[in-house]
Design a protein around this ligand. Structure first.
Ligand SMILES: C[S@@+](CC[C@H](N)C(=O)[O-])C[C@H]1O[C@@H](n2cnc3c(N)ncnc32)[C@H](O)[C@@H]1O
Length: 310
């Protein structure tokens, strides 16, 4: 099914308290959730979130009174915590970004550039539009922008040009159709030519960076003091957002222009107000994990502890 990435380290850094309340905001196939449940005592609680109905089906198979299942976006985490009256009661949250093997390996979901299937790429197929529809309606300029912004694709213009040319004669409905157009647009490279473009379209269609930013914006309002946040990301776009958020909220000395005079007392006061997170050293998977699970090769785990709210 799905081999969870950095499982041991992320659970270790969540520092599970027996009777604590935890959130797995990206349930997927439940790899992290099952480990959390093992460590929780009878009074502990685990809230799990996923926007994919297939993941929710898996979650519902876990018969355990300590688990609450929420189908929805993790960007709405504040709303969910309010609904369940657990604001400021959360001891730890885990976010394992991207798609699960369940999604990637099912050709019908259209995430894979290796298998042929309908070009869909939605995490929740009941919402939004499939990638095929988007690609047929988008302008050449828009396609190029998306590939560049979300895939950091050097050949975005050439790919967008060839997609637009192809669209004039034939509908793009399948993953392999798109993959072949991309392959023709790129010079030979070691890695799969469609890798970056498929990533870009997936991120754009599922609004992934917006989801992450909105989630982070709310996190400081729901964690308990000493509550832990563990985030596993898989590409630089996500990692940059997480890193900036954590650094901004853990900075010791506020960034004021030197021309603004402050007394030492005032600086200490401001410092205390600003510094909400304690951050830990980022963690990468070891060679052994990468050999066993190729998906982990680009993973980064960032950890932060919420200090106190004032
Ligand atoms: C990498 S998988 C998680 C795997 C999981 N940790 C495990 O061990 O099985 C990511 C999951 O997060 C879900 N997901 C991604 N973005 C989401 C969002 N904004 N809101 C809710 N779920 C999301 C995906 O549908 C997918 O099931």
């Amino acid at each position: 099914m799905h081999t969870p990435v950095l499982l041991k380290k992320s659970i270790q850094f969540l520092k599970i308290k027996k009777n604590g309340t935890y959130i797995d905001a990206t349930f997927g196939c439940g790899g992290h959730s099952k480990k959390i449940l093992k460590k929780l005592g009878s009074q502990g609680k685990l809230y799990v979130i996923d926007k994919d109905p297939e993941s929710i089906k898996i979650a519902k198979k876990i018969k355990d009174s300590r688990i609450r299942i929420i189908q929805g976006s993790f960007s709405k985490i504040y709303k969910y915590c309010k609904k369940y009256k657990i604001l400021r009661k959360i001891n730890g949250i885990i976010l394992d970004l991207g798609i699960s093997s369940l999604q990637l390996n099912n050709y019908k979901r259209g995430f894979s550039f290796k298998k042929d299937g309908p070009l869909d790429m939605r995490m929740n197929q009941k919402k939004g539009i499939p990638a095929s529809k988007w690609i047929m309606n988008a302008t050449e300029k828009k396609i190029s922008e998306v590939l560049k912004k979300y895939g950091e694709e050097r050949y975005s213009k050439k790919i967008a040009f060839n997609i637009t040319k192809y669209k004039k004669n034939k509908k793009i409905k399948r993953t392999q159709q798109l993959s072949k157009i991309i392959k023709k647009s790129l010079p030979y490279q070691k890695k799969h030519p469609s890798r970056r473009s498929f990533q870009a379209i997936r991120i754009y269609l599922n609004n992934e960076l917006y989801e992450l930013k909105k989630f982070l914006k709310n996190i400081l309002k729901i964690l308990k003091p000493k509550g832990r946040l563990c985030i596993i990301s898989f590409h630089s776009l996500e990692d940059r957002i997480i890193k900036n958020f954590m650094f901004k909220n853990s900075r010791k000395i506020p960034n004021f222009p030197s021309s603004i005079p402050f007394t030492e007392k005032e600086l200490i006061k401001l410092n205390k107000k600003k510094c909400k997170l304690k951050i830990y050293k980022k963690i990468f998977p070891k060679k052994k994990e990468i050999l066993n699970n190729l998906r982990s090769r680009s993973a980064i785990l960032r950890i932060a502890e919420f200090k106190k709210y004032k």
